[in-house]
Design a protein around this ligand. Structure first.
Ligand code: NAP
Length: 306
């Protein structure tokens, strides 16, 4: 078995060492132009040249959960595209989103400002029942996040393409259910994959349907959000703020308004990082399972885009 590693922006050596330890007997190398044909590849943002030179690949293992960038490329015919499913990401996403929601709900941002200015002032406790949270996407990450928020006794709603059942979460499914889901939510957490159906979904119309004083947490992809519409809704007061981990352009240009907006908390696409050891163990397990002819989880359906 021959496996090529082709991950732009990722230091290859520790991945190669880990993959070799997990799959003894496999021939594992970093891709260089003209490399001999392989049957499997571990990829992140590979160049088109790599994919064109490797028409014999049976499976591409993406070292992330989102495959939107990979699916825009011309892929080897018949190659499976396999995403990371969880591999240590869902707990990170749950802690990031709970932190963002609770920081806003408990007004810790306001207390930080007060303390910095030497002001010992209390704010009136907010009622959890008035802060329903809607989670867009009830997949591997969205389900974990919705359950974590429900543990804090927020009313939680979830939205998916097909009907789902998640304990403690009111589930909505399909396009027709979106307006009702949004109207039931005050805080909106985006955990959708980026597909033609979800690009630009967070715009003036959808965000405008949130309950007044709404709050956005975008941890999925920057292209879900129409940034000018968020700014307009913050200006109008319909939205109280946003926590933004992903942008259309990363890093954003120096004059991007999100950098210094007082109602926006910005982080550098860090809400759920790929963990090398967990990812290698998962990918190696799937390669072994495929070798035995067994089914594996996390196969992407290119026709639906996730
Ligand atoms: P997933 O398991 O594929 O789940 C996707 C969810 O979205 C599913 O519930 C799916 O519905 C729903 N969905 C897809 N298209 C829809 C549509 N048109 N209408 C309604 N619902 C739709 O994905 P995941 O692992 O939870 O990850 C979600 C996204 O998070 C990734 O695609 C990636 O972009 C992003 N991400 C970000 C970071 C970061 O650090 N910021 C890290 C990892 C991942 P069904 O249940 O009906 O299929």
């Amino acid at each position: 078995m021959r496996i090529l590693f082709c991950c732009t922006g990722t230091k290859a050596a520790p991945w190669l060492d880990g993959l070799r330890a997990a799959l003894p007997g496999a021939d594992i190398a970093e891709w260089v132009p003209g490399a001999p044909q392989a049957d499997h590849a571990v990829v992140w943002a590979p160049p088109q040249q790599f994919l064109d030179e490797q028409p014999g690949l049976q499976a591409l293992f993406n070292i992330g959960a989102g495959v939107d960038a990979l699916l825009k490329l011309r892929l080897p015919p018949g190659a499976l595209v396999v995403r990371l499913d969880d591999a240590g990401m869902s707990v990170q996403m749950a802690e990031y989103v709970c932190h963002a929601v609770i920081r806003h709900f408990r007004e810790f941002d306001g207390y930080e400002r007060d303390m910095a200015e030497g002001r010992w002032s209390y704010r009136k406790p907010r009622l959890r029942s008035e802060w329903p949270v809607g989670v867009l996407g009830l997949g591997v990450l969205g389900t974990r996040v919705a359950q974590a928020l429900a543990q804090f006794e927020f009313p939680v709603h979830g939205w998916s393409r097909t009907p789902r059942e998640v304990a403690g979460v009111t589930c909505h499914a399909g396009e027709a259910a979106l307006p009702g889901f949004l109207a039931a939510s005050r805080v909106l957490v985006n955990l959708l994959p980026l597909t033609p159906a979800t690009e630009n979904l967070l715009d003036r119309d959808t965000l405008g349907r949130l309950q007044p004083g709404g709050y956005l947490v975008n941890v999925a992809r920057g292209a879900h959000l129409v940034e000018a519409d968020l700014l307009a809704l913050l200006d109008s007061g319909h939205l109280a703020g946003a926590t933004i981990d992903v942008l259309r352009e990363e890093p954003p240009p120096a004059d991007h308004p999100f950098w210094r907006h007082p109602q926006i908390t910005l982080t550098p696409h860090t809400s759920a990082r790929t963990l090398r050891e967990e990812s290698i163990a998962q990918i190696a397990g799937k390669i072994r399972a495929l070798g035995r002819g067994e089914p594996i989880a996390g196969i992407v359906d290119p026709s639906r885009g996730y």
